[in-house]
Design a binder for this molecule. Structure first.
Ligand code: FE2
Length: 443
């Protein structure tokens, strides 16, 4: 079976190189381990076990980055042990998590995918430990020195970890490493970082002062906080499920609209990526593409089947962006998407509806949807008319560039569609594409 790594050999090469590099570093660290000291062994064991337990309390953030609550444990290891010493217990604790996950979910991930995350964490923590020990030399004479050094070690960990993860994602999807690093280390990490600082500091301070009970109590409290965060992660999952439920609702009313919305979402996302828009905007495009025609569930039956419709039906048809918005407005979590679905029929020259917005006034997400929506509608078979040929649809889009459509969006769209068309033959043979219906028509 073909995997993502067959399609993205550069990603595979990156994962292998990085994992081998960190494994080499781990081997290099063996002589620095204090196997013979009972207390060191107890700490290694504690770190492995605690990393495993807290790793299982991780959650996904909106940016698709998996956030782990085991960070205070990592930072504890980075501070208590030296940079080389912490490598093996951290690597093993995380590897254990990955292997158990792999077995439990019957995933057949290749070895370099399993070792990538443990390698990433062990290496990021290696840098964090370097930062801590370098600073501690200067700052440990002050009471606050310990906390400042811990804080900067956490920042170093976050940054290196995010940079490595973003590099891997950039090989997989066509985002820029910088854009991803910025969006994954942005505000969404403030609360976890602060809580990591508090927990790490209490943990380290109580350990250094032999207050083991405080260390255990703070660890337990963090365990509870992590539980709350995990619930937060489930909410994000629920968000995706709501979108799927809504698109199924559309499908139950009119299967064409469901398929059209899925194609628009997929193609519009490609255009947004082609335009190198920020991650959040790309996500908005994906969701609003799925939900833009939600309001069509309000159509009378004849609106789906007839070309010539009466005035009253037409009035209801042109109201669908507002109906889409009214439905999405009920979900407070979808505020931005609600605003966008309302505007997918706005036109660049101000001749659209319902707000008659003009040019850059229209959000970029809605300007992208306008182009892709028209293209897909033109190249679709309907009960009342045959699909127009792709060449015709492309000519229409080009002719109306700067009039109905944003010229920059049209340029990006043309590049994307040319690439997609080139891939058709090959992708159709494999029978695995979401685009199957549309691509057959585009030929
Ligand atoms: Fe529409």
């Amino acid at each position: 079976m073909e995997t993502v790594y067959d399609k993205k050999p550069t990603l595979r090469r990156f994962l292998i190189t990085f994992s081998v590099f960190v494994l080499g570093l781990c081997l290099f660290s063996v002589p620095s381990l204090k196997w013979r000291h009972a207390e060191s062994l107890y700490i290694y064991f504690f770190i492995i076990l605690a990393a495993y337990i807290f790793n299982n309390l991780g959650t996904s953030l909106p940016t698709h980055v998996y956030f782990s609550f085991s960070e205070p444990i990592y930072i504890f290891a980075a501070v208590i042990l030296n940079p080389l010493e912490q490598l093996i217990p951290i690597f093993l604790g995380c590897l254990f998590t990955e292997v158990v996950y792999n077995i439990k979910h019957k995933k057949n991930y290749p070895w370099y995918q399993i070792t990538f995350n443990p390698s990433n964490i062990a290496f990021s923590n290696f840098i964090a430990s370097l930062v801590f020990h370098a600073l501690d030399v200067y700052l440990n004479v002050y009471v606050w020195g310990l906390f400042v050094s811990i804080f900067l070690a956490i920042i170093a960990f976050e940054f290196v970890n995010s940079l490595i993860t973003s590099t891997a994602i950039a090989f997989l999807e066509e985002f820029s490493v910088i854009d991803l690093t910025v969006s994954t280390t942005s505000l969404s990490l403030v609360i976890p970082t602060t809580s990591n600082l508090v927990v790490s500091s209490i943990l380290i301070w109580s350990y250094l002062n032999d207050f083991h009970l405080i260390a255990i109590v703070s660890l337990f409290s963090f365990f509870l906080v992590a539980g709350i965060y995990q619930k937060e992660g489930k909410l994000i999952q629920t968000r995706k499920e709501i979108v799927n439920a809504l698109i199924e609702t559309v499908g139950a009313r009119d299967d064409y609209t469901k398929r059209h919305s899925m194609r628009v979402s997929e193609l519009a996302t490609l255009v947004a990526k082609e335009m190198k828009l920020p991650y959040r905007v790309v996500m908005n495009v994906e969701f609003s593409g799925m939900l833009h025609d939600l309001g069509k569930i309000n159509f009378p039956d004849k609106a789906f089947t007839q070309k010539h419709i009466d005035h009253e039906t037409w009035e209801r048809i042109i109201k669908h962006p507002e109906v889409s918005k009214d439905i999405m407005d009920q979900l407070s979590d979808f505020g931005e998407v609600a605003g966008l679905v309302e505007l997918h029929h706005e036109r660049y020259d101000g001749s659209g509806y319902p707000e008659k917005m003009k040019g850059e006034e229209i959000p970029i997400e809605a300007r992208i949807l306008a182009v892709v929506d028209s293209f897909d509608a033109m190249t679709s078979h309907r009960t009342y008319r045959r699909a127009f040929p792709v060449e015709f649809a492309l000519k229409e889009i080009k002719d109306y560039s700067g009039i109905a459509y944003d010229p920059n969006v049209v340029d990006a769209f043309l590049k994307v569609i040319e690439r997609v068309l080139r891939e058709i033959e090959e992708r159709l043979e494999k029978e695995e594409l979401t685009y199957r219906f549309s691509l057959k028509r585009y030929q």
